[in-house]
Design a protein around this ligand. Structure first.
Ligand code: OXD
Ligand code: MN
Length: 601
């Protein structure tokens, strides 16, 4: 391979400059070939970065163990580095670019000595699509290279594309010595650059994912009039063969991945319903010449949470991760396969836990708590192409048309199973004020309500007040904006039991949403939005106790008035930047809640 297989001067100069700072022993360009991938896998096995799994049961699969304090995104070490603090907003940690570069330069200096620097040219989105953005990641981690080869389209053809369009996001990563005290995840939206040092965890180091496709892309989207969102994209094939697409945003641990590849329950399957998975984490959406919103998933793989993944929660994912998958921080079994809490099959008698220590079920730690075989945030990285429900439109350059946008959260009370906003502006208010109860996935008090607008709180690369304005403006530009809905699968009864069965049954609610988009059913107008008539939800093959649907759809006005107090506190942090239109929505909602009469539509 040539030392510099590109004519792009900007790229050559940048690679040289970064290499002078990081001082790698070698520079290796990733070409995307099977042969180079195999060589890297072998080297990673020889160096202990990867453990080969049972190739008969799990062909092409490997296990990786991270440093014990490098197992999740480190939000407190993640910064948006804009010249003005105001442009990062109250939602982000901020550092001025000059001091950020200065601080990180110290950590990067000589960090790649005795290692190679890999140059990964990658495309988020199909190469050459008008949606797509190119990045080049420099990294000293083979684990990063092998993950990026799954999560993005990477290699030679991207380099060729870079000879035509010379703009790219400059992504620099070094694991350095994986020291949490020298860890920084820095975004420079004004320079189209990302610097990440001191970590090996996916969300911090697969720079095409959260860093480029959400934080940098959201900033670019505002400038270029498109949306970069933390959303799944699913296609719903109706019995007549027509497919409609839904984009949905949920905070973590609310079932986004499971919904994206849901298998219809028997009653609906028999009718002919089928789901097509476009993406499980990120949606890039643009207004097309028909005046509607079209979307692509910029990624080509899943970076999913292992615990709880099984044939009931997500049968399609169980199939997906049977080959060519990298597992991180799961339990290693004696037959060289893997296991995690909530996996299929029984609990193994023994194994090697995620930290590389012998493990048996029932072991307790010094505090008397169970020792887990897999880390709660253990992951698998697998190609979308493996997924039985993968959409046949994944490579189509113009994406898929979006009929409905759905916001969701985890609320034991308050939010009904589903409701529809009155219009786009109201829908933006619903998304901007959405909240979810925290789970083990976040640091914080479990059950405490955290406001997470559009599920973008950790991922919006600029001031969220401007982000809300951008959403409002996008609505004005669309001739046919998607309808906006809110869902909550997690409502409980007086005894804390879930009222809705969830999983595949969720399709019944998506069906209602699409019926509303196609004006097939009427709905009850309530102060918070349109709510289904229970008789309009297709219950073929599902028996719920009498009155359950009514409980799921009930609206407690007093509780909503209380909720508005919390919403007000949240909105006020944006001071005068918070859009007037959304304050108007706030006032209108309060008025509606205070005046009783729900009227039929
Ligand atoms: C993810 C996340 O990994 O949202 O997708 O943290
Ligand atoms: Mn995510």
């Amino acid at each position: 391979m040539l030392k510099f297989p590109t004519h792009n001067k900007k790229l050559k100069d940048w690679v040289n400059k970064m290499a002078r700072m990081c001082q790698p022993d070698d520079i290796i360009w990733i070409d995307g070939s099977e042969e180079q991938k195999r060589r890297l896998e072998k080297e990673a096995v020889d160096s202990g970065e990867l453990i080969p799994l049972n190739q008969e049961k799990l062909p092409g699969c490997f296990l990786h163990r991270s440093a014990p304090d490098d197992v999740a995104r480190t939000e407190h070490l993640t910064f948006i580095c804009t010249r003005r603090k105001r442009d990062a907003g109250p939602n982000n940690n901020w550092m001025p670019p000059r001091s950020a570069y200065q601080k990180a330069r110290k950590f990067f200096k000589g960090a790649m000595k005795r290692r190679a620097m890999y140059v990964i040219p990658f495309s988020m989105g199909p190469v050459g699509s008008p949606f797509s953005k190119i990045g080049v990641e420099l990294t000293d981690s083979r684990y990063v290279v092998l993950n990026m080869l799954i999560m993005t389209r990477a290699g030679e053809n991207v380099l060729r594309q870079l000879e035509k369009e010379d703009g790219f996001t400059k992504c620099l990563h070094s694991k350095a010595d994986l020291d949490i005290n020298k860890r920084l995840i820095l975004h420079f939206p004004e320079d189209n650059a990302i610097w990440s040092v001191g970590s090996g965890y996916g969300g911090n180091v697969l720079l095409g994912k959260k860093c480029l496709s959400l934080r940098i892309a959201s900033f670019l989207g505002q400038k270029e009039h498109w949306l970069a969102e933390h959303m799944l994209i699913m296609g719903v094939e109706e019995p007549n063969g027509h497919i409609e697409y839904v984009a949905a945003a949920f905070p973590s641990a609310c079932g986004k991945t499971n919904l994206a590849m849901l298998i219809p329950p028997e009653g609906l399957k028999a009718k002919g319903y089928r789901i097509w998975t476009v993406g499980d984490d990120i949606a890039w959406m643009r207004i097309d010449s028909d005046g509607s919103l079209w979307a692509i998933n910029p990624e080509s793989g899943f970076f999913g949470v292992a615990p709880g993944t099984n044939s009931r929660s997500n049968p399609n994912m169980v199939e997906t991760i049977k080959k060519n998958t990298i597992y991180t921080n799961v339990l290693f079994k004696s037959d060289r396969t893997v296991w995690w809490e909530g996996a299929d099959g029984g609990v193994p008698d023994e194994g090697i836990d995620w930290q590389g220590r012998p493990w048996k079920p029932g072991m307790l730690n010094a505090e008397g708590k169970p020792v887990l075989g897999a880390h709660p945030n253990s992951r698998f990285t697998a190609p979308i192409a493996n997924c039985p429900s993968a959409s046949f439109r994944l490579e189509q350059h113009h994406g898929v048309p979006i009929s409905a946008i759905v916001f969701g959260g985890r609320r034991a009370h308050l939010t009904p199973l589903v409701y529809e906003s009155f219009n786009w502006q109201h829908g933006v208010f619903v998304g901007a004020t959405m909240a979810s109860e925290m789970t083990a996935a976040q640091v914080g008090k479990i059950g405490q309500v955290r406001r997470d607008p559009m599920a973008m709180l950790p991922f919006c690369g600029y001031n969220m007040a401007d982000y809300f304005k951008h959403w409002l403006n996008m609505g004005k530009k669309m001739a046919k904006p998607p309808k906006v809905f809110c869902i909550n699968w997690f409502r409980t009864d007086e005894n804390g039991k879930f009222l809705w069965p969830g999983f595949g049954e969720n399709l019944r609610i998506i069906e209602w949403i699409l019926d509303r988009c196609n004006n097939k059913v009427k709905a009850a107008k309530t102060p918070i939005g349109y709510v289904p008539y229970a008789s309009d939800i297709d219950m073929t093959g599902l028996d719920l106790a009498p009155g359950t649907l009514e409980k799921l759809l009930d609206i407690d006005k007093k509780a909503w008035i209380e909720e508005l107090k919390e919403i007000k506190k949240f909105c006020r942090q944006f001071k005068k930047d918070f859009p007037q239109e959304l304050w108007q929505e706030y006032e209108n909602l309060l008025l509606r809640l205070k005046s009783d009469e729900p009227r039929p539509s």
